[in-house]
Design a protein around this ligand. Sequence first.
Ligand code: NAP
Length: 307
Amino acid sequence: MAAVVVDGKAAAQRIRAEVRERVRLLREKGLIPCLGVILVGEDPASLSYVTAKAKALEEAGMTSRDLRLPADTGEDALLAHIAGLNRDPAVQGILVQLPLPSHIREDRVISAIDPRKDVDGFHPVSVGNLVLGKPGFVPCTPQGVAALLREMNVPIAGAHVVVVGRSNIVGKPLVNLLSRRDFNATVTLCHTGTRDLAAYTRQADILIAAAGKAGLITADMIREGAAVIDVGVNRVPDPAAKKGYRLKGDVDFEGAVERASVITPVPGGVGPMTIAMLLRNLAQAAEDWGAGGSKALGDKSPGDKSP
Ligand code: NAP
């Protein structure tokens, strides 16, 4: 029997409606959540992500402060911009669009963001809180995957989850999130060093592909009735398409849909959830701010080099 195809856009709309309501309450108190967005260079994919995020923020009643910097911006200049946003009480969240040009050290930049404004959840403090099971910002894509599974009533507790891909933004935080007591899954993490990938993926009750390799997961690698979440977004050349390419996931959708019980499409699956979770993290940051959680503006924040 063919799988149920998850409508990520509809699920994201429900979360965005919840966020709009939280923002309405914040605005009644005079607080308009604002995201500081830094984009270095003109990578077309990054530009389109930043534009989509700005539109989503506006729809949710929030605002953004965009800093578009040239590709040759130096690391210290970028750090100074981050320090400015850290200090700015009108900005409750900061997002530096990745990837950064190769002359800038990504880890230095991420570490410079005030953890209280780290709505992407990439700061070492946020990573540590996730690993320790403490409250803190969780990266948006892993949160979106978990929310989609819950939306689809896929049982997570006790399930064997196999994650393919160990990046710091998707694979690793997913493993830490889903193995936490509140999700209670048993998680296996695969990567390029995994011998016989299919032997693992076939054991998955929930298979999450986040490798960035179009069509890596074929139907024969999926257990009959598994839930399949495709995080991958790959541009594959297509002369018939207007842009000359089309988007494909890491999963061979046509084959997988015949074996899985639930499957996410690309596009229209995990992608819209990622943006919805960013909005939710910003609402959270603003609520914490309003409640005084981030009131200590006099405190030195990590990226703050001011006297
Ligand atoms: P990444 O940093 O390139 O990491 C890819 C991971 O996959 C690495 O850990 C790599 O292993 C592993 N991998 C690659 N080929 C493999 C193979 N043949 N077998 C087993 N493991 C393999 O990518 P990422 O940033 O996590 O992104 C992954 C994909 O998700 C990309 O297509 C990206 O565009 C997409 N994405 C989508 C969203 C969304 O909102 N939908 C958000 C973020 C990312 P090694 O560590 O051994 O190299």
